[in-house]
Design a protein around this ligand. Structure first.
Ligand code: NAD
Length: 357
């Protein structure tokens, strides 16, 4: 039996998470998955109901669960709030409170969607890359930070900081994932300019000694950005810091055509994880039944594989999604001429139909 905290959040979050819950219900009924669900609040809706984007109750319940499924947070309604109360602070807060330091962002191109990519088919077809991003350190959290008055003018400051232990643990995470894949890690940094990256590179070399079956290479971030669009299939696992990973993983996501297709995981030291689609709350399409729920459904698959040790059920979900795409069904964001365009609800139903046949 596993217990999962469901945090739909804001915007399309509620619509797409509802489809993932239908998938969970189906696997519980037909494949004895044995997953129980708890509901919780995060983001704008949590602010509206409790005055904070991350209620203590959410953290308390999260700690009693085996895993978390999150939709998305944020929206224009909450933009005027002071920074500490904005929905996105809830997300940063839960990641850091639960020490979810390892963010796995796969960029997989389903062959059926090769023409949705902005790159030529031969460059992206068969792409299967995993970006491992450090998630709770680096410049997003470093001190000092802020905007102050210095020498009579406004002065902004953020600090890129890493302890060697923080680098080592994300390194181990990346090498262990590479062992289950193509056995190649590319560590991305800017060691030619930043001292913190010199340390990053040194520690990655040290960690690599524990994994003689995995090869390690290094790449500067500017080159990595270029290589991602020039020849993305050269990479197996890419490991990088919080800021570089944020940018590179969005770039990798676009290689696959739609951010509506990509799941992600954020793990702690013991593989407890929070799983979520990589996209945001998409206020522009919220409430219209057109959001793509597949990234969220595939997040359940990642959860089964990486946290709950139920890889066979993960494969079932992936195969059901693939069959739905084979049959030509698409939500609007991934549709081309001749496809059968369906809404959020119907896409969820189609995946369940495949799971149940
Ligand atoms: P977004 O990812 O929400 O949307 C970007 C574009 O992609 C939009 O055109 C949207 O319609 C489309 N899109 C996103 N998900 C889709 C889906 N499942 N199906 C079809 N189309 C989809 O990014 P944004 O517009 O920059 O941000 C909107 C809000 O989301 C902001 O408040 C932002 O802070 C928040 N946000 C939250 C997260 C998160 O919760 N993890 C991540 C990024 C942004």
């Amino acid at each position: 039996m596993s217990k999962v905290l469901i945090l739909p959040g804001d915007g399309i979050g509620t619509e797409i998470v509802a489809q993932a819950v239908k998938v969970i219900d189906s696997l519980n009924s037909n494949h004895s998955m044995g997953m129980t669900l708890e509901d919780g609040l995060i983001g704008g809706i949590a602010y509206d109901e409790t005055g904070t984007p991350l209620p203590d109750e959410t953290i308390k319940v999260a700690k009693e669960c085996d895993s978390i499924l999150l939709g998305a947070v944020g929206g224009p309604k909450w933009e005027p709030l002071e920074r500490a109360l904005r929905p996105e602070r809830g997300l940063l807060g839960i990641r850091s409170e639960l020490e979810l330091f390892s963010n796995l962002r796969p960029a997989i191109l389903y062959p059926q969607l090769a023409n949705a990519s902005s790159l030529k088919t031969e460059i992206v077809s068969g792409l299967d890359l995993m970006i491992v991003r450090e998630l709770v350190g680096g410049i997003y959290f470093g001190e000092p930070r802020g905007v102050e008055i210095k020498d009579g003018e406004r002065f902004g400051i953020n600090s890129a900081t890493y302890y060697e232990s923080e680098i080592a643990r994300i390194g181990h995470s990346a090498f262990q994932i590479a062992q289950k894949r193509g056995k190649r890690v590319c560590s991305v940094d800017k060691a030619n300019v930043l001292e913190v990256c010199e340390l990053w590179r040194e520690v990655m070399e040290e960690v690599s000694k524990d994994y003689p079956d995995v090869s390690l290479s290094h790449m500067y971030v500017d080159n990595a950005a270029m290589q991602l669009v020039r020849d993305p299939k050269q990479f197996d696992v890419m490991v990088t810091s919080n800021l570089f990973g944020d940018v590179l993983s969005d770039c990798a996501a676009m290689l696959t055509g739609s951010i509506g297709m990509l799941p992600s995981a954020s793990l702690d030291q013991n593989n407890f994880g929070m799983y979520e689609p990589i996209h945001g709350s998409a206020p522009d399409i919220s409430g219209k039944d057109i959001a793509n729920p597949l990234a969220t459904i595939l997040s359940v698959s990642m959860m089964l594989r990486y946290s709950l040790n139920q890889g066979e059920l993960a494969d079932k979900i992936n195969s059901a999604v693939s069959k739905v795409l084979d049959k030509g069904y698409r939500t609007k964001d991934i549709a081309s001429d001749g496809d059968k365009v369906v809404g959020t609800e119907q896409m969820g139903d189609l995946v369940i139909e495949e799971l149940e046949t």
